[in-house]
Design a protein. Sequence first.
Length: 338
Amino acid sequence: MANDIMNPIVGEIRDILDNARQNIAREVNNELILSYWKIGEIIVRYEQNDSIRAEYGEQTLKQLAKSLTAEFGKGFSRANLYNMRLFYQTYQKIQTVSGKLSWSHYCELLSISDKDKRNFYEKETVNAKWSVRELKRQISTSLYERLLLSKGEVNKKEVSKLAMNGIEINEPKDIIKDPYVFEFLGIPEDKPMMESDLEKALIKQIEKFLLELGRGFMFVGTQQRITINNTHYYADMVFYNKPLKSYVIIELKTTKLMPEATGQLNMYLNYYENEVNDEGDNKPIGIILCTDKDALTAEYALGGLSNNIFASKYTYYIPDKKELIEQVEKVINRLQEK
């Protein structure tokens, strides 16, 4: 009886304390970021006034780091002071800085020189609530370049939209990447693998797989049975995407894209639309993950279907970032020449 009375009281007090701690942490974070921005401004101001000659700049940062560390403790290494200076130079209006990100987030973002790319990762970190570790992983796997290249012919509008808003999920094609990167599985690229083993490996790393799939994905299950005329079929992996209000059926193939795979997945989507969808759900989406695909086969296999079916490659290793960046830069340069 006593516990019945105490539980709701304890629950309310817990909520109050949790909210207070979150508010305090938010305020501390905001003050820390503001302080680092002001320190960066001071360093830049003295440099611009020739109080610190350019040739002695780095040496001065080293001496300043020693003085501040001696007086205030950790957090004032030369590298951190360099980032504070760069922080101010990059965000000269403090109003453009998001209080939803930590200093560690900004240190990662400052390593990106391209403004559009940096803006994209900043917006998406806020939108998807990425931890610093998740942000590092998305940068290292070249998410920005992969998304641009997934959209076919890159154009100025797509570059601007990604930079200003992050990933906008308004239609099925917005959740598609090409390629998907499964480096977190630790599987050698040339190791032959059965589809069932790949599925098991992804399930063991479901949190990382959900991160790679993108924002709004919820895991439903594997080998989901579909019965048609007393014949059982099994969808490899089923998810639900909240922003699109759609089931997403993923078929795993350890070979290149084969046309027959689209027919099977099309049947699954029709079944889900008629037998599984609840009121308010949109048409289900199908994704075939394969080791390779050629444009012509994909065009003929996927063209003309009333359902939303996409084919994307996947890889077990992080793509060559330099190569991806060069591909995007070539397209953007061509646009600028026009």
